[in-house]
Design a protein around this ligand. Structure first.
Ligand code: 5GP
Length: 197
């Protein structure tokens, strides 16, 4: 099962995801390629694969990227092979991607479950973006403009979760994933096994 998690920048998506993976170590997280600069505290191969534009372009041209986007002047893309292999093995894979990527994934995998994380209010986003002090003023303004547009796309997602209280947001995302895993259409193999003597 593929799970798309989108949220405007500064919404606390990484914190929610970190808590979610603490709770459910069996979830697989796709690590994207990006051409953006590493932020303080980020690790190559853990948060992203930080790559050059040339490298990104070569992966794109050789068909090794499932979907990609240009966001605030940088490229971001989901590696194809890892995701496909995990799906083949029946794993639940989380994609932390923005709205254009989410549309592309839904086209490729109509069964993908999409969750949009929203802040309690837009003013909260600006505060959080400023507090993390990893972007300059121009980048903050660019991210806020993108955020407004992204919020308009939230109506196309399967689920909306508010990130006001971290524990509650993690509970909600976890509950959605568990419920979706138990859908009859995804549980036929369990049913078949249970019916054998
Ligand atoms: P950030 O620079 O804050 O880490 O990420 C910027 C935006 O790019 C976020 O909305 C994040 O979810 C999105 N993003 C990260 N990786 C990918 C990817 O592989 N594909 C797409 N479409 N978006 C991504």
């Amino acid at each position: 099962m593929l799970v798309i998690l989108s949220a405007p920048s500064g919404c606390g998506k990484d914190t929610v995801l970190a808590e979610l993976f603490n709770r459910a170590g069996w979830l697989k997280r796709s690590i994207s390629l990006t051409t953006r600069q590493k932020r303080e505290g980020e690790k190559d191969g853990e948060d992203y694969y930080f790559v050059s534009r040339e490298y990104f372009q070569s992966k794109l041209e050789s068909g090794q990227i499932l979907e990609h986007t240009s966001y605030s002047g940088n490229y971001y893309g989901t590696p194809k092979t890892t995701v496909d292999e995990w799906l083949k093995q029946g794993e639940t894979v989380i994609l932390k991607i923005e709205v254009e990527g989410a549309v592309k994934i839904k086209e490729l995998y109509p069964d993908a479950v999409s969750i949009f994380l929203v802040p309690p209010a837009m003013s909260e986003l600006e505060t959080r973006l400023r507090q993390r002090m990893s972007e300059g003023e121009e980048e903050i303004q660019s991210r806020l403009t993108i955020a407004v547009n992204e919020m308009k796309n939230a109506v196309n997602y399967d689920y909306i979760v508010v990130n006001e209280d971290l524990g509650r947001a993690v509970d909600d995302v976890y509950a959605i994933i568990i419920s979706e895993r138990h859908r009859t259409s995804r549980s036929m193999h369990i049913l078949n096994e249970a019916m054998t003597f």
